[in-house]
Design a protein. Sequence first.
Length: 579
Amino acid sequence: MLGLLVPLLTRRRPESERRHWSWLFGFVRPRARAMAGVLGLSVIASALVLLQPLLVKRLIDDGLLARSHEVLWSTALFMLLAGLAATLLAGLNRYLHTKLSAAVLFDLRRDVFAHLQRLSPAFWARRRTGDVMSRLDGDMAEIQRFAVDSLFALLSNLLGLLGAVAWMLWLSWELTLLVALLLPLEWWWLRRMRPRVADGTRTLRERSADVSSFFVEVLPALKFVQASRQEAREARRLDGLHAGYLSSLLRLQIIEFATHAVPGQLTAWTRALAFLIGGAWVIDGQWALGSLVAFSTYLGMASGPVNSLLGWYVGLQKVRVSLERVAELRDEPVAVADPGDPLPLPVPLRGELKLDGVVFAHPGRHEPVLAGASALIPAGGRVALIGPSGAGKSTLIDLLLRHHDPQAGTVCLDGTDLRQLALSDLRRAVAVVSQDIVLFRDSLLENLRYACPDASEAAVAEAAGRAGLGEWVASLPDGLHTTVGERGQTLSGGQRQRIAIARALLQDPAVLVLDEATSAVEASLEAQILAQIDTAFAGRTRIVVSHRPSAWQGCSHWLRLVDGRIELQTPDGTEPERG
């Protein structure tokens, strides 16, 4: 069935849309056997439901009108047992369907999230986080509902419709053909409303993303909002976003109402027509009363699936919008990837870094941040990387971790081009302790060994002690198992910095980059932290990035970024050399 559904949905569609559908059903096909089992239960339950009108016909014609107590009691008992069996099967079917549906949703979201994790910081710089969240949540749920829920609904409704129509034809083929005359008109109306549904859905998704982006932006900054006394301003912004969302929602509701109302009215007319003609036949003695009741019941059973199938068609237009929005994330090219045949890290790993004619410009900017920068950072040395804001220091650090690749030139670790190394090997060999320490709402233990999840608790405790956290950890109510609050907001700047140092110790890198790592602490604490780092990482290559001259003390060389190039100078005042 799945093999037939994909070509049906993608017939005469652009290649990109066919690719999107193939991606979606690639997660459904492996569960075809489980889906067949759930569908089998649905078929049995539907068959039991379809029996009910025939039992009513027998009860009326052969029981009530024939005055047969035996038929009355046996038919009523069979109706009771069939109804109970249908209810139990429906409950089991619902449980299995929910489990299957959730599994598909999680797989879809996991696939997109895995792709997002491979994208460079340039992607996140131009994308709103709230918009991405809206696509991962609302759009992904819409896709999953269509891929599983709507698929089951489609198959169940088709089976129910075919069964009901078959019994209707058996009871009266003339009346069945008569009530089917209005179906082409319903189909024409849905085709006309299709673009309006798609446009309204797309607009509503965008307004939803606006609301999500607002909360992602404002909630972490509430302390600043309060200090600036701008609570009312942000409340007005939220009201405006809510008004835009409500307007789009109501517009879509009107479109969907009009889309469903016309077919619904046409279906009501067909039922009225069937009662009118069938009733006349019963009055004239051409038809049995039980047959009219059974036919009308089957007509109601057929009307439900018809309306559901028409609604499925409307849902198809909505899911196309969601597929397009999610596909924009999946189709985002990965700027930095593992080489096809990565080289192993040099052994022994010394930590020498060499930049040779490095050129890098951010997308959309004409002027390069780095324009032929060259420098040699000796293994085991402690150098300062200095320069004004915007000179390219952060860009250079991103190049060391291969968040970006240079457009020209090379960056080498112990003589090996970084692009020839596996990303996992490179990012294990280079550790960055930055000003912004990322902490998760988890235990201190898990936060410390985040980059090294296999580290033992004893190793974590040792690293925490070497980073100067021993006494603080001992004072915590649950020690290393104490939960750190969200983003670690209750911790001091010094505690956060030492957590980052302990992480780096567990990682055991060959190169340690201190990116404004001590800018949030006072000068006396800065000197203490830097001294601990020099002791803990003696013999490792250390790059100190700081605007504070006090942090440069003890560095053997200063690398000054000027006009996209690197000037090398020594603390004793030696004339700078162009690199």
